[in-house]
Design a protein around this ligand. Structure first.
Ligand SMILES: [Zn+2]
Length: 282
């Protein structure tokens, strides 16, 4: 649902390769080198996946290597990768936190799970490929996606495309005199994009967001309270002291709205952004 947009991804992919290459033993000589496989960008992942489809047995050992990587049996492990990526909210749902916590004395407490975009049983060759490892929450990775295999043709890989651009939350107002009743409004997540539609379905996003309608209700109420004349009043009084300008004030009112490049740092930021835009709050 949100894009993982760090400018350092290529460097991280390279460091990931450096971290694991010596632990992999003899990598079967095939069309692709180990480095190509580990650092393959999303489009190339697909190419490798197609090529390796009938070579499951040859690369099965990679699943074991991935397990070592996640169970702290290697010097460089999943915690190192997670900490580097610093993705604090699940990119598939933008609901659950996926931050990484390691205490000062090195105790590893929590980190995101890593979903295999191309599932590792069907495509073991990609079990440790950087762009195939999607930091994600337990609900999205284990409960919802499970063994389902995605591909660049069917779903949106958060490393390559922004769901943000092709899907939007919308309100359908029912009885506008009682927003706060359950039938006051409906929340819809819509897209014309085939892959985005599949993401919405695979991760049950509409059902999950039903639980967050109270945030939307707050935004609707704020939109009613902060009308133009009240905004002007606040600006006259506080511009330059409490907030910089009108835009700043609008951000403050929408609460939780963050800029594009920070959207994967705060839970529900896509919902807040889309609805705030629809209501004219930002
Ligand atoms: Zn999630």
């Amino acid at each position: 649902m949100t894009v993982i947009n760090s400018i350092h991804l290529e460097r991280f992919a390279h460091e990931h390769f450096e971290g694991i290459k010596d632990k992999l033993g003899d990598f079967p000589a095939g069309k692709y080198s180990l480095q190509e496989v580990i650092t393959a960008k999303p489009d190339k992942l697909h190419e490798i996946a197609i090529w390796a489809k009938d070579k499951t047995n040859e690369y099965k050992f990679m699943i074991g290597k991935y397990k070592n990587f996640t169970t702290k049996k290697t010097e460089y492990d999943a915690y190192d990768l997670a900490r580097k990526l610093n993705v604090n909210v699940c990119p598939y749902c933008n609901i659950n936190p996926t931050y990484t916590v390691i205490t000062e004395n090195g105790k590893k407490i929590t980190r995101p799970e890593f979903d295999h975009f191309y599932d590792k049983d069907t495509y073991p060759i990609l079990a440790l490929s950087f762009y195939n490892l999607i930091p994600s929450c337990h609900t999205c990775n284990a409960t919802l996606k499970g063994q389902e295999s995605f591909s660049n043709l069917t779903h949106i890989n958060p490393y390559s495309e922004s769901f943000d651009k092709v899907a939007k939350f919308h309100l359908k107002i029912g009885d506008s005199s009682f927003y706060y009743s359950s039938g006051g409004f409906e929340l819809k997540l819509k897209s014309e994009d085939k892959k985005a539609k599949n993401n919405i379905k695979s991760f049950e996003l509409e059902s999950l967001y039903e639980n967050h309608k109270e945030i939307v209700l707050e935004l609707i109420q704020k939109e009613a309270i902060y009308n133009e004349s009240y905004l002007d009043e606040l600006l006259t009084q506080y511009e330059g002291t409490l907030f910089k300008n009108k835009e700043d004030l609008q951000r403050l009112i929408s609460g939780g709205y963050v800029s594009e490049d920070e959207i994967n740092k705060r839970p529900l930021s896509k919902l807040i952004k889309d609805i705030s835009q629809e209501l004219g709050l930002i």
